[in-house]
Design a protein around this ligand. Structure first.
Ligand code: ADP
Ligand code: MG
Length: 232
């Protein structure tokens, strides 16, 4: 799957939202660390994929009409067996239909379960005046409540990215508080740089969100991603 074919597919369906599976696979191809994510359209296919990916797995709703998946009961984490997958598959579809009755359901994303790390978010929006702007912040509830984020206009130098990561008030959390290991800032900077390059390579991308990525003492991995492209 490459950017052009995904774009063409989305536009042929009148979509501007690339789903999580498409978004993550494109980001993975751009060198960004993402949790392996595949699309299943039946429970049987989901268990096959789970066995291939390796338990435990996470199942999520894939629908162009549902952008906040957990609000719609569309995310089940820590599934450890074929039986749990089969039950979760049915439950997620039922929850989604209840939350958004007319939602067109593409399928269910089957993905590896990442170990919990420090949650951060990376995003891009287009400013009418400045063009593409990258955003970085702490993830989870913190980012919504504190709006502790930093912005930089593209293109980014290494220095810009470093400043961006150290600009947030919550950087002490990344530096490691109360015996916590410091988060891998090199991996964060590298990820922001790769995403900036990916965005620069594809002017059709209007908006992009990796929310959240888990950062560890060593390494980083995105567990959720969405990309919005310009209409044809
Ligand atoms: P939403 O559309 O609601 O933002 P997410 O895909 O972000 O849905 O999932 C909600 C939460 O579930 C995430 O913030 C993360 O804490 C957890 N989560 C999602 N995917 C994974 C995964 N693959 N491994 C571990 N945790 C995950
Ligand atoms: Mg999310």
């Amino acid at each position: 799957m490459n950017f052009k074919s995904v774009l063409k597919q989305a536009r042929s369906e009148g979509r501007t939202l690339l789903n999580e599976v498409e978004s993550k696979q494109l980001l993975a191809a751009a060198g960004v660390s993402v949790v392996r994510t595949e699309l299943a359209t039946t429970a049987e296919q989901a268990t096959q994929l789970a066995n291939d990916i390796g338990y435990p797995v996470v199942l999520k709703i894939v629908s162009a009409d549902i952008s906040h998946k957990s609000d719609a009961g569309g995310v089940k984490v820590g599934l450890g067996s074929d039986e749990e997958i089969a039950a979760a598959f049915i439950e997620i579809v039922a929850n989604a239909k209840k939350a958004v009755p007319d939602a067109a359901i593409t399928g269910i994303a089957v993905q590896g379960m990442a170990e919990t790390g420090t949650e951060v978010i990376v995003g891009m929006t287009r400013d009418p005046q400045f063009g593409p702007v990258m955003m970085f912040g702490l993830g989870g509830v913190l980012v919504e409540v504190l709006k502790d984020v930093s912005f930089r206009v593209l293109p980014l130098t290494d220095r810009d990215v470093n400043q961006m990561v150290n600009d947030i008030k919550g950087r002490v959390i990344l530096d490691g508080v109360r015996g916590m290991q410091p988060a891998d800032k090199t991996a964060i900077c590298d990820t922001i740089m790769k995403i900036a390059r990916f965005v620069g390579d594809h002017p059709e991308i209007e908006e992009l969100d990796l929310n959240p990525l888990f950062v560890y003492a060593q390494g980083i991995i995105a567990v959720d991603a969405r990309i919005v492209v310009a209409a044809a």
